[in-house]
Structures are given as C-alpha cells and as structure tokens.
Design a protein around this ligand. Structure first.
Ligand SMILES: [Zn+2]
Length: 422
C-alpha cells in the first residue's frame, strides 16, 4: 500500500496541476465543476479537477451536509487555516476518487460555483458574500481562495491493502459502514453490476426483495436499506456462505474471489433463487418475514436439515398451518415465532401458554406436594412450591390444553428431563 502526499506526486510530475509550485489548490479542485451538477443523490455524476476527480464515487454515502458545516469549511479557507486531510484513491488511469473529504470538497466547489454566500471577518463588511461578489469587488480575497492549498493524500494499492487502510482512516468525518468500505476496495465491472442490481432504486435485486412478484405489492423480505449497501451486503453474505465462507471475512473473501468477474450474474442467480424460494413458500405476507436470514434457512433446507418440518410442505399447506397456529389460543408467540416454528419445527418458538400460579397451587395441593414421577420411583419427598414446575400432562403438540385437568406439578429434575426421557 502506497499513501503519498499529493504535493510530492505533483513535484515528481506524476500529477499535472495548474501551478506545481502551489501544490493542489482550490483552483485545481474546482476546475470543471459544474454548478448544479449534484442532485445530492446520484453517484458517479459529480466531478472536479477537470473531470479527473470523481467527487461522489459509487461507494460513498449520499448525505446532506448542514449549512453550518458548509459555512465553517469556507470560513476556515478564508482565514487560511488548514482543513483536515483529504484522501483520494488513485484509479491508476489518470483519474482519482474521493475517499474521505467529500463534504468538504463539495462545500468548496459549491461556494466557488456561486451557490451560497458566507460571512467572514476577513471581509470589510458583515454581509455574507458569494464568490461572484468577491471576484467583482474583492479580487485579492477571491484569488486567495483559489490559491488555497489542500492537504491531500493519495492512496494506491491492492484491494485488500486499500480496505485495511480505509478502515484506519475511517474515523473522522462521516464514517463509511463496513459494506461501503468493502465497495471502496473491490471496484470494477463486477461491483458496478452488483450495485446496479442491489444498491439502486429499481435494481432487480431491490425489487425482488421488496415486491411480491405474485401481486406487485410491497412485501419486503430484507432489513436495512439498499442505499446504505445493506441489500448488497445481504446478497453477498448469502452467496459467500453458499461458496463455503463463514464468519468474519466471508464477504471480503467472496468479493476478492469475484471482483474481477465481468458481471455479478452469479451473485444475482443465488440471491434470486433464495428469494423466489421464500416467495414460493409463503404466499401470505406478514412483515415478520422481513429480516429472517433466508440465505441460511435456504442452505439448511437444501442440506435436508429441515426435512419433516412444515417448511418442507407446499405453500397451501404452510398457509393453512399458519392460520391454525394464529387461531390457536395456546400459542402466544407473535408472527415471527410462528414463522420460526414453521421453519425449524421447534415448539419453543410458539411460546405455548403456561399455567398460571393459581392453577399451579391448586394442583400442588392436590398432589400433596409430591412429584408423580418421583412417586413412580418410590421417592415420596414433599417439595416446596418453588421447587416444582407446572407441566402439561398431554403436550400441546398432541392437543393438550392449558387447563387444570391437564396440569401436573413436577420436581425440577423431572420437569427438565421429561422432554427427552419421558
Ligand atoms: Zn420428580
């Protein structure tokens, strides 16, 4: 990994600027910046440095800088104080991307483009001034702004080297999240294609995740937001797992394996297979379906881990069973629990109704404080109420209800061993 001051690269003749003596100035930065070229949203659409600097590359977050912060940047420049270090990524084709400093750069560009005015002690008046006014009436101040040298570091390296470096500098400003950081390192056709599918409004992956293709309704299955790269992150996590990568570093490994591919069709195929499988299993939507790790569920299903569970049945049977569970008074779980039960088959997810204390005490007295299983083993010990648990004689799964006639008090030992041993 190579991180160099732009001033040194300019001196070495590696980066041509207007005046090499002055270093990288606001004049260089703002050259070719077009007024209103930034809708604050679209990436890869805002350029400076004569088209050589991508100010809002696709991995950057779209965020609005407050007016106060914007003004503060220009006041710093006007008072000739230093701004924090800015980082560029060298694309090694004569162009650069802003890694850190996007908002500061945009503040400067917008000011020089005449988009806003600021007040400053360096002006002879208290009135806010825009750049056109300075050029017309305070030319020396306008020139000072254009000559202001920016402290820029330029990074160049392999994707994994860059990623490590980005983590290190990602502490000030508006930090990128994990997936935004990964995207900054594994750029190329593959990433562009992946982002077109998973990180843009109307992308195929975004639509598949958000809309039920059966009815066109908004029925989202993923947590997070595509704009923060969270859909892409989920798609990558699932695909990584499918290729045998687990845990921390799985997504990086997948990206490393694929970022040189010509497109992201493999990522898309696996993602769409998983989502279509989910849509095919659950025809009635509830928002509790959102955010379940469907990639993991699908893998386990494919491995046969879930065979015999309700999830292995057809959509109609699943739908009928869900309706029964919703109507079952004994089931107190919310929809999420019902879905987990459908998938994993474990009764704990249903939160079957428990006996209330009143019923438990009545049965405790009837049993003379003894445990029926202990009695079968010749143990006549009397337990304190606290030492016993209320249990369904006939379990819920066999139709047993939470009523006094179906209640027995068991000692802790037999209560906990009943599940397996009895
Ligand atoms: Zn017992």
């Amino acid at each position: 990994m190579q991180v160099k001051r732009i001033r040194d690269l300019i001196k070495e003749g590696q980066i041509p600027v207007i005046d090499a003596e002055k270093g990288f100035t606001i004049c260089d930065l703002t050259a070719g910046y077009l007024r209103d070229s930034d809708d604050g949203f679209t990436t890869d659409s805002v350029y400076g440095f004569d088209g050589r600097l991508n100010i809002r590359p696709s991995y950057q977050r779209n965020s609005v800088y407050s007016q106060d912060k914007r003004d503060a940047v220009m006041m710093t420049v006007l008072e000739e104080c230093p701004l924090n270090t800015i980082y560029f990524v060298d694309k090694e084709d004569g162009t650069y991307e802003v890694l850190d400093g996007q908002q500061r750069i945009l503040s400067i560009c917008k000011y020089v483009a005449g988009e806003f005015a600021v007040a400053s002690d360096v002006f002879p008046t208290d009135l806010p001034q825009d750049f056109y006014n300075l050029q017309a009436n305070m030319r020396d101040i306008a020139q000072k702004i254009l000559d202001y040298e920016l402290e820029v570091y330029v990074c160049r390296g392999t994707p994994s080297e860059k990623l490590r470096w980005f983590h290190r500098i990602n502490i000030c400003g508006e930090p990128l999240n994990e997936q935004e950081l990964r995207n900054s390192s594994y750029t190329g056709k593959w990433l562009s294609d992946a982002k077109a599918r998973f990180s843009s409004k109307g992308g195929r992956g975004v639509r598949l995740a958000d809309e039920n293709p059966n009815n066109g309704a908004s029925e989202p299955l993923l947590n997070g937001s595509w704009n923060r790269q969270e859909y892409l992150e989920t798609a990558l996590l699932w695909a990584a797992r499918h290729e045998g990568h687990e845990g921390k570093g799985a997504i990086e490994q997948y990206m490393l394996d694929h970022f040189a591919d010509s497109d992201a069709s493999g990522l898309w195929q696996y993602f769409s297979t998983v989502i279509e499988w989910v849509r095919g299993k659950f025809t009635d939507y509830n928002k509790a379906l959102k955010g379940i790790d469907w990639g993991l569920v699908y893998e386990r299903y494919q491995n046969g881990d879930l065979s015999g569970n309700i999830i292995s049945k057809g959509a109609n049977e699943i739908s009928d069973r869900i309706k029964e569970l919703i109507e079952d008074d004994e089931v107190t779980a919310k929809m999420k629990g019902i879905y987990l039960y459908i998938i994993y088959g474990e009764e704990k997810y249903l939160q079957i109704r428990q006996f209330d204390e009143k019923t438990a005490k009545i049965v405790y007295e009837k049993q003379n404080h003894q445990c029926p299983y202990c009695l079968k083993n010749g143990i006549t010990k009397q337990y304190a109420f606290k030492e016993m648990q209320a249990d369904h004689i006939m379990p819920w799964s066999k139709g047993g209800k939470t009523v006094e006639a179906n209640c027995q008090m068991l000692c802790n030992y037999h209560n906990s061993s009943k599940g397996n041993a009895w």
